[in-house]
Design a protein. Structure first.
Length: 335
């Protein structure tokens, strides 16, 4: 097959140019980000590429593409205890492959996430590990080295733990203590108020379905609009005041569970004597912060290894499978 300089099939690139009504050189500049192309023309060419399912020859392309040996991890915020630990292991794994990690805190800002995607388009990083609940699918290309964490995108490799099973485990653990009233505290970026479904939303789904399967009806679902890392203690105090009959709480993360336990203690309700609390993530960072939180543990080291293996394979032009890892129950002092 005759290859265009840059590693693309001439037959394919000719078809793209014909459909878009431009020259081959213009299509090449768009694909390789190697020159100025008007915004309207670029968008038209990219749309034709998507419509035709046009995929570059990755092996030939990698020969002409200068590598940076940098992988970006785009995530809402790295100060979340789970993400901090995950980043630690991702960085160590990347280093073993000869790569450095660039941490990109997006604050869930869609425009910032698109800017980070453009770093990949402009060859400033070799690949991106992505964690987002924003609608950015239109900006992703299936032939780019991208792996999504905790979110399904069409034709984009995906790594997650089994959040649905984790939600069921949490419900079953609480039900074993014969509760009168249960409360789930999450956030609407991962709940019914969002039109974007992430794997984390399945914690709530699994929790609710396990309760329903057991015939337990006295439960309430609370969603906070800005994420678990930003829920103020005053809001949790208000929830506890409003739901005084609750004797079991499933928090969407260990970070949130820690705040819930503190709020309960502030109003004189003892954990676990008065209220059972179970968190999610099973992170080591909370082992020395108050009581050991009973939790649903994610396999953080295995998740990090899977994310890195997936992105490295893509950079090298190798096929990648979707990876779903099991979760486990973590014994603690709050149940």
């Amino acid at each position: 097959m005759t290859l265009h300089r840059g590693g693309y099939s001439m037959a394919n690139i000719k078809e793209v140019a014909k459909r878009a009504g431009v020259g081959i050189a213009t299509v090449s500049r768009v694909i390789n980000n190697s020159g100025y192309v008007k915004k309207e023309t670029r968008e038209k060419i990219e749309q034709v590429i998507d419509d035709l399912g046009y995929v570059p020859n990755e092996i030939a392309r990698s020969m002409t593409r200068q590598r940076t040996n940098i992988v970006a991890f785009v995530l809402p915020h790295s100060n979340h205890i789970f993400f901090s630990e995950l980043l630690y292991h991702v960085e160590n794994n990347l280093y073993d492959y000869g790569y450095k990690l660039m941490v990109c805190n997006s604050a869930s800002n869609r425009n910032k996430e698109i800017d980070y995607i453009n770093m990949l388009k402009n060859n400033r990083v070799d690949g991106i590990i992505f964690l987002t609940s924003n609608d950015i699918e239109a900006y992703l290309r299936p032939h780019w080295p991208i792996v999504s964490f905790d979110r399904h995108f069409q034709n984009i490799p995906f790594v997650a733990s089994d959040n649905y099973a984790g939600g069921r485990l949490a419900a079953q653990a609480l039900l074993r203590h014969n509760p009168q009233s249960l409360l789930f505290i999450g956030d609407d970026a991962q709940g019914e108020l969002s039109r974007i479904t992430t794997e984390v939303s399945k914690r709530r789904m699994g929790f609710v379905e396990a309760l329903e399967d057991a015939g337990f009806k006295n439960y309430r679902i609370i969603e906070y609009p800005q994420g678990d890392a930003f829920i103020p203690i005053s809001y949790i105090h208000e929830l506890i005041h409003q739901h005084r009959d609750v004797d079991g709480i499933f928090a969407i993360s260990d970070m949130l569970a820690q705040h819930v336990i503190q709020a309960l203690e502030d109003v004189g309700r003892k954990v676990p004597d008065d209220v059972k609390v179970i968190g999610y993530d099973g992170v080591k960072g909370y082992l020395n912060m108050g009581p050991n939180i009973t939790s649903i543990g994610q396999p953080i080291t295995e998740l990090a290894a899977a994310l890195v293996e997936s992105i490295i394979k893509q950079i090298d032009g190798k096929p990648v499978d979707t990876i779903m890892l099991p979760v486990h129950f973590v014994e603690g002092d709050t149940l």
